[in-house]
Design a protein around this ligand. Structure first.
Ligand SMILES: Nc1ncnc2c1ncn2[C@@H]1O[C@H](COP(=O)(O)OP(=O)(O)O)[C@@H](O)[C@H]1O
Ligand SMILES: [Mg+2]
Length: 328
């Protein structure tokens, strides 16, 4: 991979210490309407002493789905269990988790579209009637045992709403789609991270980072951390626009957030395939990147920017972009 080893969109850096994580709705920047709606649902559920309705969150990675789930647990004042679809391999694993939940607790299942079908079926009665039926033994001696559960809330997150089966989807009372953030909200996120890590930054510099953040809080935070590194090594007390410019050129990120891999992807389609269409697998092998990562992490932003189009025969660059040779 030709990308800078210091900066990859697909590398999770969220475990780094000394980093700020929003813990309440007021820390959670932007998403005004979503926060208002959820506050009402939370308040109503609390007044009725009931669990919050099951909630399905979907949208590209890094937009704050996991963070929102943890905030929901804080505001509901309940515990949260976090797991991921692909790790729920056996029905027994899910049953064990479900039966350990306390009243009104939250179960967060990330990548819920990757829960195996047999395990997914367990969720149906669990979500609707708060019990699961488990088969014990085999053959003629097999017995079905009903295990009651505490009333709980399932929060599911996915980057692929289309891959959730209709029976599962219909059991979520609330479905929310995440969209890319505005530059102004991302600027707030950069300033918030600077404040909490005690770093001084000019508002221009914060805005430049926000503009290059691909509409994504996770990217804004990563860029901020890398720019902060440059400021530190250069012994600068404040992150200014010129520090940002130097850091971006070092990272291979342009002012619109396009990275070397994006440029190479567009270049391959434009110059090797006459603008496309070209299959995602071909692109992935030419780029030395995994097709799933291209699709989940890189593409949504390029599609959104109108630099790329998806067709049944593969990816292509819109004619108007090709004609203008924009960003290629
Ligand atoms: N609205 C927001 N305000 C402030 N920070 C946010 C917001 N949304 C996400 N973040 C930050 O961005 C990072 C990625 O968010 P995350 O919840 O992991 O995204 P997702 O689960 O959708 O992939 C986290 O470190 C989180 O703190
Ligand atoms: Mg997540």
């Amino acid at each position: 991979m030709e990308q800078s080893p210091f900066f990859s969109l697909s590398t999770p850096l969220e475990t780094v210490e000394f980093e700020f994580q929003p813990k309440s709705f007021s820390d959670y920047c932007g998403q005004k309407e979503l926060k208002e709606k959820l506050s009402i649902y939370v308040q109503a559920a609390k007044m009725r002493n009931e669990p919050l309705d099951h909630l399905l969150l979907f949208g590209p990675p890094g937009l704050g789905k996991t963070t929102l789930a943890t905030i929901m647990a804080q505001v509901m004042q309940v515990a949260i269990r976090v797991c991921s679809g692909p790790t729920l391999e056996r029905t027994g694993d899910l049953v064990a988790i479900l039966s350990s939940l306390g009243e009104r607790d939250i179960l967060f299942i990330d990548e819920i579209h990757r829960v195996p079908a047999a395990v997914e079926e367990i969720l149906y009665t669990a979500m609707e009637q708060f019990y699961v039926d488990v088969i014990i033994g085999q053959g003629a001696g097999a017995k079905s045992i009903r295990i009651p559960l505490q009333p709980f809330t399932l929060i599911g997150a996915t980057t692929k709403a289309g891959m959730i089966s209709a029976p599962l989807r219909s059991r979520f009372g609330i479905t929310e789609r995440f969209d890319f953030y505005s530059t102004s909200d991302l600027t707030d996120i950069v300033l918030q991270n600077a404040l909490h890590t005690k770093v001084s930054i000019s508002s221009d510099a914060a805005c430049s980072i926000a503009r290059a953040a691909r509409g994504t809080p996770r990217v804004a935070k990563k860029l901020f951390r890398r720019v902060r590194d440059v400021a530190q090594v250069e012994n600068k007390d404040e992150i200014t626009s010129s520090v940002v410019t130097r850091a971006f050129s070092f990272l291979g990120v342009d002012e619109n957030g396009l990275m070397k891999l994006d440029h190479r992807l567009l270049d391959i389609i434009a110059n090797h395939f006459g603008g496309g269409p070209v299959g995602i697998e071909t692109l992935a092998s030419m780029l030395g990147e995994d097709a799933q990562t291209l699709e989940d992490v890189y593409e949504p932003f390029l599609l959104r920017q109108g630099l790329l189009e998806k067709t049944p025969r593969g990816r292509q660059i819109p004619r108007s972009v090709l004609a203008n040779q924009l960003h290629i």
